[in-house]
Write a protein that binds this ligand. Structure first.
Ligand SMILES: *[C@@H]1O[C@H](CO)[C@@H](O)[C@H](O)[C@H]1NC(C)=O
Ligand SMILES: *[C@@H]1O[C@H](CO)[C@@H](O)[C@H](O)[C@H]1NC(C)=O
Ligand SMILES: *[C@@H]1O[C@H](CO)[C@@H](O)[C@H](O)[C@H]1NC(C)=O
Ligand SMILES: *[C@@H]1O[C@H](CO)[C@@H](O)[C@H](O)[C@H]1NC(C)=O
Length: 392
């Protein structure tokens, strides 16, 4: 009996579906950058001509706040618009931005022919100044290059000295773990379609947080860190090794990745959530990775073997990235995104503080110690002493 009823319902549903023409609407652009008081037009194009004229209403969305009237005051009001029957080329919409900010414009209609309207939207970024937009693009490239190049001074220094004494192995172990985790995260979100789709269904109006240069940066970082690790195998290392506590933390990190892998395979968590586990590992690594090196410099009272070029470039990249975040927040009147997402801002600031510490160690604290250090005797640590003899 129920089977019969169900079949009838299904049949009616199918009838309805085939009966109604199903048309989708698309904006000619998915993302638009606008400058205040410069108008721009976009097209709204139907996938097929409609049989009946449809009246469209615009929706203005900031996050979950969706309204039919534009009282966020970012955009001049858009009049309701008709897409007439037989129109195949679409309708033109004039956008007049009045205030800086981020706003999505969506569409609704009572027309039965239009389907999937929740996927019809355009993301608007309204900026104060176009100059700042261009400056930010340049800044973005400069810090990408600075950060990517920052790994090489250390490689060069090791090669020149034919020694890795003074370069902390805990730091390297954290770094390789962090960058491998970061690569998994970036590659997954950028290249694996199903994960990207998961992200989109979770954040329907969101932009993929990973871009191509993030992927390149991460993979390149893994590559250069591996070179540095090879150098540690070849060159003189004076008995340096990875500390017990770091080994323990890293084993725990990889165990975490391994256990959550089974949860993902067993469908207890989504692959997207699994990728986020990698980002937590990267986050943890970033918080602690410089500590052993800073402590080692302090114990040795020297920064010999720890490349200052690496620190200076990292500092350059970090400060430019913070500057870019500030300029973007200013240019789009969106300070919430800066302080609302403490990881990006906080981690950037945190790395900069360590860079400043390293510069202080290198240029101020242990500046003159370097030359006369080997003459001094009576250090407490045997290994340390033998290290220094080899270095200097
Ligand atoms: C619209 O037209 C198509 C063919 O041109 C037809 O198949 C469809 O049933 C029509 N839809 C409505 C709602 O009239
Ligand atoms: C849309 O078309 C209907 C008739 O199909 C008309 O009554 C209405 O005024 C039109 N609205 C606009 C905004 O053009
Ligand atoms: C749409 O086009 C068809 C045939 O091309 C025509 O019969 C119909 O009247 C047109 N409808 C409108 C509203 O222009
Ligand atoms: C779109 O309009 C329909 C009817 O006109 C309404 O039922 C629906 O809730 C609206 N959707 C949104 C997201 O406002």
């Amino acid at each position: 009996m129920t089977v019969f009823v169900r079949s009838v319902v299904l049949f009616i549903l199918l009838l309805n579906l085939t009966d109604v023409n199903s048309v989708t609407l698309t904006f000619s652009e998915s993302d638009l950058q606008l400058i205040i008081s410069e108008t721009k037009t976009v097209w709204l194009v139907p996938s097929e001509p409609l049989n009946k004229t449809a009246l469209l209403l615009f929706m203005y969305e900031i996050g979950d706040d969706i309204r039919y009237t534009e009282d966020h005051q970012l955009l001049g009001p858009l009049p309701d618009i008709n897409i007439t029957a037989n129109n195949s080329q679409g309708v033109q919409i004039r956008l007049t931005p009045v205030h800086a900010g981020n706003l999505n414009v969506g569409v609704n209609s009572s027309s039965e022919e239009l389907t999937g309207l929740k996927d019809t939207f355009v993301r608007l970024s309204i900026f104060h100044s176009s100059a700042i937009v261009y400056i930010n693009i340049v800044i973005g490239w400069v810090y990408f290059v600075a950060w990517s190049v920052s790994f090489y001074p250390q490689v060069y220094e090791n090669w020149k000295r034919k020694s890795v004494i003074g370069l902390n192995f805990d730091f390297l172990a954290y770094n390789i773990t962090g960058f491998i985790a970061y690569s998994f995260f970036n590659v997954g979100l950028y290249w694996i379609k199903s994960i990207e789709d998961d992200y989109k269904s979770l954040h329907p109006r969101g932009i993929n947080p990973v871009q191509l240069n993030d992927v390149i940066f991460a993979l390149h970082a893994v590559f250069v860190t591996l070179i540095t690790i090879c150098q540690c195998c070849i060159y003189e290392r004076g008995g340096q090794k990875i500390s017990k506590i770091s080994s323990l933390l890293l084993v725990l990190a990889w165990l975490f990745i391994f256990v959550t892998l089974f949860l993902a395979v067993g469908k207890v968590m989504t692959w997207l959530s699994y990728l986020y586990c990698f980002s937590y590992v990267k986050l943890g690594v970033t918080l602690i990775k410089y500590i052993p090196q800073a402590y080692m410099n302090y114990k040795r009272k020297s920064t010999v073997g720890w490349s200052i070029g690496n620190v200076l470039l990292d500092f350059t990249g970090g400060s430019l990235s913070l500057l870019q975040m500030f300029l973007l927040a200013y240019n789009s009147d969106d300070w919430g995104s800066l302080f609302g997402d403490p990881t990006k801002f906080g981690l950037g600031a945190f790395s900069i503080l360590f860079d400043i510490l390293f510069m202080t160690q290198h240029y101020i604290l242990y500046r003159y110690k370097v030359t006369y250090e080997p003459i001094q005797q009576g250090e407490e640590d045997d290994v340390e002493e033998s290290l220094k003899k080899i270095v200097l």
